[in-house]
Design a protein around this ligand. Structure first.
Ligand code: NAP
Length: 308
């Protein structure tokens, strides 16, 4: 019988190059676990060790085969690692940098995934020895879920990661981190940390603050009304509750560590909100329609850029 022609071409054999012999993740939640899984998928690493404080986190990371070793001992984890990824809430970064500094292998690269960059650079860089390379980063990808069980290898596919290397960072180390992100599916951009913080204040931090506030307002409503908000929750409110379900500690640390940029953007938003209030009071339908037409175009742009 003639062999049936296959509709699909055979997949090109992917060339897998090991970039790192041993990677240590400090924190193995949504982002750390997703990176570990994506690095394994791309064959970039031989062994992965993770640090987490709670036995349950360590057990989950081991049971799901996200990591080869799990420990609560920072020193034990980073000894011999050629890459250390700090993937904990940003408020922990200074203490973690101090705890690992003396145990890092000469020539190792330290990176992070924190949602804020200037404060993270200030918290980590001063503690690291001179013979270690620090390449800060932030993947613009995530969900409202936390912990290693929330991780998945495809999280970064076609999403941006922003690197903010300080001026004298080794070009070779930065290129290696860029290669790692590209091989786990991401597109990479470079920015000044302060500029990153301003961009993210508007695209991520303010929307989260609004979501937390709206859901908070609903939570504070009295008895029956509150029940009805939950029962008849329309899609607008439902979308906000998803965002407002994000990890409280992580978001506390983001607002505390990106205070200036968030306050600046919040000021502009408050002015725009007041203008909207005036337009509604005046019954100016044209102004409302014009404004909503402009914002619709932004959504189209995001869809066209495949970032929806
Ligand atoms: P997550 O799911 O809550 O995971 C945090 C991990 O850190 C857990 O494994 C936790 O385990 C561990 N941890 C917390 N404090 C620690 C400490 N002091 N020492 C060692 N381990 C510690 O958080 P995530 O969403 O992965 O976020 C991690 C980082 O990624 C944050 O800096 C966040 O800003 C950034 N980020 C998040 C997103 C997102 O959408 N979630 C997107 C981009 C960037 P134990 O509790 O057992 O210690």
């Amino acid at each position: 019988m003639p062999k049936k022609a296959s509709a699909k071409k055979p997949a090109a054999k992917e060339s897998k190059t090991v970039l790192f012999e041993r990677v240590a993740f400090i924190g193995i939640g949504l982002i750390g676990a997703s990176m570990a899984l994506a690095m394994r998928r791309a064959g970039l690493v031989r062994s992965i060790v993770a640090v987490a404080r709670r036995p349950k986190t360590r057990k989950t990371a081991l049971d799901l085969k996200i990591v080869d070793e799990a420990t609560k001992d920072y020193a034990k984890a980073v000894v011999g690692a050629d890459l250390v990824v700090i993937a904990t809430p940003v408020g922990t970064n200074s203490a973690i940098a101090k705890a690992i500094a003396a145990h890092l292998k000469p020539g190792a690269i330290v990176t992070d995934v924190g949602s804020v960059k200037q404060a993270v650079v200030d918290a980590i860089a001063p503690h690291l020895p001179k013979n270690v390379h620090f390449v800060p980063g932030h993947p613009i990808a995530g969900t409202e879920h936390s912990g290693p069980e929330a991780g998945f290898a495809e999280l970064f596919d076609n999403r941006w990661t922003i690197l903010t290397p300080p001026p004298r960072t080794s070009a070779k180390a930065t290129a290696k981190i860029e290669e790692m992100w590209t091989k786990i599916g991401a597109k990479v951009a470079r920015m000044e940390p302060a500029h990153h913080d301003m961009v993210l204040a508007i695209t991520s931090h303010l929307p989260h603050l609004i979501a937390y506030t709206i859901v908070g307002t609903a939570t504070d409503l009295g008895g029956d009304l509150k029940q009805e908000v939950i029962k008849y929750s329309a899609s607008g409110f439902r979308d906000f509750t998803r965002i407002a379900a994000s990890d409280p500690v992580m978001w506390r640390d983001i607002f505390l560590n990106n205070r200036e940029a968030v306050l600046e953007i919040l000021q502009r938003f408050t002015e725009d909100l007041t203008a909207m209030q005036r337009v509604i009071r005046k019954g100016d339908g044209q102004a409302l329609e014009d404004s909503f037409t402009r914002t619709r175009a932004i959504r189209r742009g995001i869809i066209e850029a495949k970032q929806a």
